[in-house]
Design a protein around this ligand. Structure first.
Ligand SMILES: Nc1ncnc2c1ncn2[C@@H]1O[C@H](COP(=O)(O)OP(=O)(O)OP(=O)(O)O)[C@@H](O)[C@H]1O
Ligand SMILES: [Mg+2]
Length: 213
């Protein structure tokens, strides 16, 4: 499903990581852990085609990202990828339902029923008309998850999705994330400092400057 071979990345004269190779199967949940600054977010951005790398290949279901131009990558990302950011990145002037509907709108789809069902699935039924500022941190993170999942992406990438949450809320948010990705047989790659979040994964990989194991 997701196949990464010999990936390397540096910023100017600072190497970030090298020789990163991994395979993640369809429906599999892999957690990547590593010290702060080791390149977890950078790696995730590369897997989403949001950042460039210096060497190696990234392929999803046979599509090699390096062969796509910027526009093709953007289209590929819209269809295939859901991304959950640590800092939520919900749009403050759109209400909850509009935030969740965004990926569908970008694909030219309008499906209010699916948005409603997604909100229910993440425990936010009835909150669609609220603005983000009227929600708690845990609720905002669930909005971000609903938005990442609503278009049923094959690949879900999550960067510290519980980093801003208290332990009890983090556990609930992880329950939702795991249940939703399992239900749609999505591939989930999550990067985190949290041992608790990583413990939920099928497999845990450790990222260091020299590679991943
Ligand atoms: N745009 C950039 N220009 C230069 N260096 C960068 C840039 N973005 C990140 N870096 C550096 O690359 C390294 C990896 O950063 P990254 O954000 O991927 O780490 P991380 O493992 O996600 O850390 P954290 O756990 O703190 O989120 C760091 O040393 C960081 O300072
Ligand atoms: Mg990071």
């Amino acid at each position: 499903m997701l196949q990464v071979r010999g990936l390397a990345k540096h910023y100017l004269d600072t190497p970030v990581f090298q020789d990163v190779s991994l395979d993640v199967a369809r429906g599999e949940f892999v957690a990547i852990v590593g010290e702060s600054g080791v390149g977890k977010s950078t790696l995730l951005n590369c897997l989403a085609g949001l950042d460039r790398w210096d060497a190696g290949t990234v392929a999803l279901a046979g599509t090699e990202l390096g062969t796509l131009d910027d526009e093709q990558r953007a289209l590929w990302r819209r269809r295939q990828v859901g991304f959950v950011f640590q800092a939520f990145h919900v749009l403050p002037h759109l209400d909850v339902a509009q935030n969740v509907a965004l990926p569908l709108m970008l694909l030219g789809l309008h499906d209010e029923a699916r948005v409603e069902a997604m909100l229910t699935a993440v425990g936010l039924a009835g909150l669609g008309a609220r603005l983000p500022q009227q929600l708690s941190g845990g609720q905002l993170q669930r909005v971000a998850m609903a938005r990442a999942l609503v278009h049923r992406p094959a690949l879900l990438l999550a960067d510290e999705p519980t980093g801003n949450l208290d332990p009890a809320t983090a556990a609930k948010v992880m329950d939702v994330l795991v249940a939703q990705t399992r239900e749609h047989e999505a591939t989930l790659v999550l990067v985190t400092h949290s041992e608790t979040a990583a413990a939920r994964a099928d497999r845990v990989l450790h990222l260091s400057a020299h590679g991943i194991a």
